[in-house]
Design a binder for this molecule. Structure first.
Ligand code: HEC
Length: 223
C-alpha cells in the first residue's frame, strides 16, 4: 500500500540527488583551490621584483634586496617586505646565478638534514631554532651578538662563517655540530635562508619577533 505521507528525509531519490550535488560541488571547489594554491606558491621572477609585483614566493634574485619584516594591521601579523638593493656576498647576482646558488643551498639543506633539528616552513624538528625567518633574526643584523661573535661585517658572511664552524660559536645552551659544510655550500645555505625569510607565510612561525626579543633580553649573547 503506497503511503502518501512519506517524509523527504526517508526518500532514497532525495539522498541520491543530495550526494551527487555535494560530490559535484566538492570536486569543483577542490579543483578551484588547487589552481588558486598553484598560483599562490609559484615562484616569482626577476622581472616581478624589478616591476614591484608582489609574490608570496619571490624569485631567487630577492637575495639582491634588503628583506624586512613588518607588522600588517590589516592581516594581524608580520609580513616580509622587500626593500632597496643590497649586495649579497659583495655583488649583485644575475637571475641564473641566484637560481643556481639557491638550488645548491636547497640540496645542501637536504643532504645535511637541517630538518632533523630545525624547522623550515613548518616541517622539521624543534630541537634547534626555527629557521624559516632566521635571516631576519635581529641578532644577526647590524652588529647584533650572533654577527658580532663571528667578527664578520655582513649578515651573510657571519651566517656562512657560523655554518662552517658552528662548534666554534656556541650561542645557546645546545650546540650545533660541525656538519662539514664547505664555503660554497655555506653561501648556498645562506641564500636559501634569505630567500625563505622573504616568503609570505601568513605570519608563521607565530610570534617570531617576540621570541627574538626574549632571546635578546635573555642576555645569553652579551659581549
Ligand atoms: C644535530 C642538530 C642540528 C643540525 C643537523 C643542524 N643544526 Fe643548526 N643549530 C642546531 C642548534 C642546537 C642550534 C642552536 C645553537 C647555537 O646557536 O649555537 C643551531 C643554530 C643554527 C642557526 C642559528 C639560528 C639563529 O638563532 O639564527 C642557523 C642559521 C642554523 N643552525 C642553520 C642550520 C642549517 C642551515 C643546517 C643544515 C645544513 C643546520 N643548522 C643543521 C642544531 C642543528
Amino acid at each position: 500500500m503506497a503511503n502518501e505521507n512519506v517524509s523527504v528525509w526517508t526518500s532514497i531519490p532525495f539522498w541520491r540527488r543530495s550526494a551527487a550535488w555535494v560530490t559535484g560541488f566538492a570536486t569543483i571547489l577542490l579543483i578551484w583551490l588547487t589552481f588558486d594554491t598553484l598560483g599562490q606558491i609559484t615562484m616569482g621572477t626577476d622581472a616581478d621584483l624589478k616591476n614591484g609585483v608582489t609574490k608570496r614566493v619571490p624569485g631567487a634574485t630577492v637575495i639582491n634586496y634588503k628583506i624586512g619584516y613588518e607588522m600588517s594591521k590589516e592581516r594581524g601579523h608580520e609580513v616580509p617586505t622587500i626593500g632597496e638593493k643590497q649586495p649579497f656576498f659583495g655583488k649583485e647576482w644575475s637571475e641564473k646565478e641566484a637560481a643556481d646558488l639557491l638550488h645548491l643551498g636547497k640540496l645542501t639543506s637536504q643532504a645535511k638534514n637541517c630538518m632533523n633539528c630545525h624547522t623550515l616552513l613548518g616541517n622539521g624538528a624543534y630541537f634547534a631554532p626555527d629557521l624559516t625567518k632566521a635571516w631576519l633574526d635581529k641578532a644577526w643584523q647590524d652588529g647584533g651578538p650572533l654577527q658580532g661573535m663571528t667578527g664578520k661585517a655582513t649578515v651573510e658572511e657571519a651566517m656562512a662563517e657560523f655554518l662552517q664552524h658552528p662548534s666554534q660559536y656556541p650561542t645557546h645552551a645546545r650546540m650545533m655540530p660541525d656538519l662539514g659544510i664547505t664555503a660554497d655550500e655555506a653561501k648556498g645555505l645562506v641564500a636559501f635562508l634569505k630567500h625563505m625569510s622573504s616568503i609570505d607565510t601568513n605570519g608563521f612561525p607565530r610570534n617570531f619577533s617576540k621570541s627574538v626579543e626574549t632571546f635578546k633580553a635573555g642576555g645569553t649573547h652579551a659581549h
